[in-house]
Design a protein around this ligand. Structure first.
Ligand code: GDD
Ligand code: MN
Length: 393
């Protein structure tokens, strides 16, 4: 691989990889900011490694030219391989430090946070992650859709790989550092965009620290994320599941149960829609009343489906009408909160967004959004429920 990384320095403690693809307009500013920041903090003891995938805009050339002024900068130009995760791994492979880090080249990751991460690592953390979802963290001007996609991806991750994705508040982060020995043994799979998942999933990570950061707007250049990365991400989760840890995950969260849960949920949509139609068109009830009754009927039918089918193995051990009634009340209580949201959303869509038309589309949208919200609560609750149930047996 056309690597031009050759400088060697014994005292290097910290190696920071900067993956680039068409970042020629950002790389100089990035190197300059990182240098002035780190030189005061780890004098002489760090290196910056730009890993560029033969960018058409010649980022590698721009970076190479910088090495004259910045002797701690190394540049790797890859011509055989492509991809963010593999770039990071290749960079770490030539790195000399005991602490390995990664940061985006486009200044969307504020460099100052590096010092917090580094401090946490020096204090003993195996992994220090910059997070948008802890105090001091956030995103700058993201659209609702983008926030939604980002959180949705995290939720799916929580379901498929809870003991990987659930360990950090921002599993999508591409801004973190890790102790070399924590990831030295296992082979890291270089596919996909989200190298942090691989580090947590395959490494032996003990303590984890997090530092809040605000994801900045891109000032220059373009994002490389397309729908393809979402597909790859799903594939990545599935691969992580089939690794060693997967067997444990499966015991706690069987796929079969989850599929059943989803099917029961879908049947609830049909029930809700049918009764909603019947009450508004045939019986002539108001929009709100029709919705409330239709949703309540769907809740009860969902409960029955889950109780006798999805969780049949558990409920068999707790038969009788009293425990069943208790479960129904609990289930209903959670759903009532969702119901309030459901009505609110239906009103919002029907009256304010669709101008008193498209009743069924409005209802479908309301159901869909509430399903996601419900899903989120259930991801959190199912865990506790599962554990309690296990102890009861
Ligand atoms: N070498 C190499 N090869 N670098 C790449 C490639 C590639 O195929 N694809 C992207 N990069 C580099 C970019 O040049 C940039 O420095 C960094 O990886 C991130 O790419 P962006 O395209 O800017 O990603 P983003 O800003 O949309 O997404 C970021 O979102 C996360 C937060 O949700 C990711 O970069 C994550 O790192 C970040 O934390
Ligand atoms: Mn970016």
């Amino acid at each position: 691989m056309g690597s031009t990384a050759d400088a060697v320095n014994d005292s290097v403690q910290f190696s920071l990889v900067i993956p680039t693809y068409n970042e020629s307009s950002n790389v100089a500013e990035m190197v300059e900011q990182l240098t002035s920041l780190l030189t005061g903090f780890v004098p002489g003891g760090y290196e910056l490694i730009v890993v560029d995938d033969d960018s058409p805009d010649h980022t590698w050339q721009v970076a190479q030219a910088l090495t004259r002024d910045y002797p701690h900068l190394r540049v790797m130009r890859r011509q055989q391989e492509r991809g963010l995760s593999s770039a990071v791994i290749r960079g770490w492979q030539v790195a000399q430090g005991e602490i390995l880090g990664v940061i985006d080249a486009d200044l969307q990751h504020p460099p100052e946070v590096l010092l917090e991460l580094l401090q946490a690592t020096l204090n003993g953390a195996d992994l220090a992650v910059a997070s948008r979802h802890v105090e001091g963290g956030g995103v700058s001007e993201w659209s609702i859709v983008r926030r939604f996609l980002s959180r949705g991806a995290q939720m799916i991750g929580l379901v498929l790989c809870p003991d990987v994705v659930g360990r950090v508040s921002d599993p999508m982060s591409g801004y973190f550092m890790v102790r070399r020995r924590a990831i030295a043994g296992p082979t890291l799979n270089p596919l996909g965009y989200k190298i942090l998942l691989e580090v947590i999933g395959r490494g032996s990570i003990g303590s984890i620290a997090e530092a809040g950061y605000v994801f900045q707007e891109r000032q220059s250049g373009q994002s490389k994320v397309t729908w393809k990365q979402y597909i790859e991400y799903l594939g990545h989760l599935i691969r992580l599941r089939s690794g060693d840890r997967a067997s444990r995950v499966k015991q706690v969260f069987p796929t079969k149960r989850f599929i059943r849960y989803g099917l029961v949920g879908l049947s609830g949509v049909v029930v809700d829609m049918a009764f909603f139609y019947w009450f508004t068109e045939q019986v002539g009830l108001s929009l709100v009343l029709s919705k409330v009754i239709a949703a309540e009927i769907a809740i009860i039918s969902n409960f029955v489906g889950n109780d006798v089918w999805t969780f049949a193995d558990i409920t068999q051990r707790q038969s009788g009408w009293q425990p069943r009634l208790k479960r129904l009340l609990k289930f209903n209580l959670i759903c009532l909160m969702s119901l309030a949201l459901d009505v609110l959303l239906l009103q919002l869509f029907y009256h304010f967004i669709f101008n008193n038309s498209l009743k069924y589309v409005a209802n479908l949208l309301a159901i869909g959004l509430v399903a996601l919200w419900n899903f989120w609560i259930n991801v959190k609750l199912s865990w506790r429920v599962t554990e309690v149930d296990r102890r009861l047996r």
